[in-house]
Design a protein around this ligand. Structure first.
Ligand code: ASP
Length: 445
């Protein structure tokens, strides 16, 4: 069975088991199932897996981006790729939120509803744009890496790559070192991905066992409209954008991105999914590393179509419940604020609600209103993260195609970049060679 099939199977079994545990009420606090299975085994395996993915993010982004910059060799082209990606990311996010606002307002969701806040929520104000810009330049790159601050890491890696180009031939050993490190890191991604079926099973069993199904039923209108707009964006808007700007087949794209979507769905984090997205767009879709190494981490940070859609639907829903008429100018502010908020916030679980609070402060909606939807956000976060990473991959593919940095044969080959079990077997001859090499260098020293 292929890895994609195994991962999908893990996902389905996890969802079925989790919902089963949920419906049978076995997951009560302190019960054996809760203690040893949901918060025990599933939690341990799932969190270890997410940690393993996160562990790869910083070194992978650093190495692949340095190689990408050196690989392009042309700083002007780098600027062109950056601006194209930025414009497309902002454009898709703006379309996402505008369609969410339009559909939710037309359907009048939340009108006449008397919902009870299920949880306390304290928001956060948006950091001023000036601060977001200042933070792009790290005062300490090691600290930026330790904190996983993606924009700072991107800045540092690009500058390092450019400096290596300027130093020229002498820096070739360094390029070789990074190139090798990148290849090794990519192998590591393959190893972690091979473990995904079990981890995805655990992550989803836990998430589903903990879902508040009663609350989901109460907020069914909100949940269904939101899921509807998310699916519309994923299957129609993004595919149209892909077809129009690149001419590539949306069907091929969708079949290749599925695995990455499952990772995003299970981890609720675009950031943790970066290694998988990067591997998928380069090895499965044929995007050159020089483009993907930049557009993927950049997109995971600044591009959040799914999150923007949630913000649009939630704004209308809560405004209607509180009987606030936002008017056209209010809607425009929401669009602007959510696009801006997405730039300064990283793709990690639940960050969408914090961004929503920034939007609420700006348009004068009560931030505590977010407490109404807090209880159902876990599931919605999973779905919107899958949409977020799909947007990153669409834009990466378009930008690569437009710059002649996409291998169309790889894109069209259904088997390109698939992980096979044999890929993870260590060759005995290689083992011997490596051992001999170590012995020899020891003798020398
Ligand atoms: N979890 C989302 C992501 O990582 C962000 C959010 O909507 O909360 O892309």
């Amino acid at each position: 069975m292929s890895l994609t099939k195994k991962v999908l199977l893990g996902m389905i079994l996890g969802i079925v088991l989790g919902i089963g545990i949920n419906l049978t009420g076995l997951n009560t606090e302190g019960s054996l199932v809760n203690l040893y299975l949901v918060n025990g085994l599933f939690n341990v395996v799932g969190t270890m897996f997410v940690n393993a993915l996160k562990m790869l993010v910083v070194p992978l982004v650093l190495f692949s981006l340095i190689c990408g910059v050196c690989g392009i060799g042309d700083v002007k082209l780098l600027g062109k790729i950056g601006s194209k990606a930025f414009v497309l990311y902002m454009l898709t996010t703006a379309i996402a939120i505008a369609s969410a606002l339009g559909i939710a307002a037309t359907l009048g969701i939340g009108k006449g509803m008397n919902a009870q806040s299920s949880a306390e929520f304290t928001g956060r104000e948006a950091p001023p744009l000036s601060q977001v810009l200042i933070d792009i330049v790290p005062s300490n790159p090691v600290n930026a890496m330790a904190q996983g601050e993606m924009l700072s890491i991107i800045f540092f890696a690009i500058l390092l790559g450019i400096s290596m180009l300027l130093v020229g031939r002498k820096s070739k050993p360094l390029i070789n070192l990074f190139e090798m490190s990148n290849e090794v890191m990519m192998k590591m991604v393959g190893i972690i991905m091979a473990l995904a079926p079990y981890a995805v099973f655990c992550l989803l069993s836990k998430a589903m066992a903990n879902l508040g199904l009663d609350l989901l039923a109460q907020l069914l209108g909100y949940v269904l409209v939101l899921i509807g707009v998310l699916l519309l964006h994923l299957f129609v808007t993004l595919q149209l954008v892909l077809k129009i700007f690149s001419g590539l087949s949306p069907f091929t794209f969708m079949s290749k991105i599925r695995n990455t979507q499952v990772f995003a769905f299970s981890t609720s984090s675009s950031n943790a999914t970066i290694p998988v997205t990067l591997r998928t767009v380069t090895q499965r879709m044929g995007v050159d590393n020089s483009v993907a190494a930049f557009t993927v981490p950049f997109g995971a940070t600044i591009n959040m179509d799914g999150t923007a859609i949630m913000q649009g639907v939630a704004t209308v829903f809560i405004a209607n419940i509180y009987n606030v008429d936002l008017g056209m100018s209010g809607y425009l502010t929401v669009i602007m604020m959510s696009v801006l908020a997405s730039i300064g916030t990283a793709g990690v679980p639940g960050v969408g609600l914090i961004m929503l609070s920034m939007v609420f402060v700006q348009v004068g909606l009560p931030v505590e209103g977010i407490g109404l939807i807090l209880g159902v956000d876990r599931l919605l976060d999973m779905i919107r993260t899958a949409v977020n990473v799909s947007g990153d991959a669409v834009v990466s593919t378009i930008v690569a195609k437009s710059e002649g940095k996409l291998d169309v044969d790889v894109f069209n080959d259904p088997n390109a970049g698939i992980i096979h079990d044999e890929d993870l077997d260590i060759d005995e001859a290689v083992e011997k060679e490596m051992a001999e090499a170590v012995q020899q260098s020891r003798k020398k020293s």
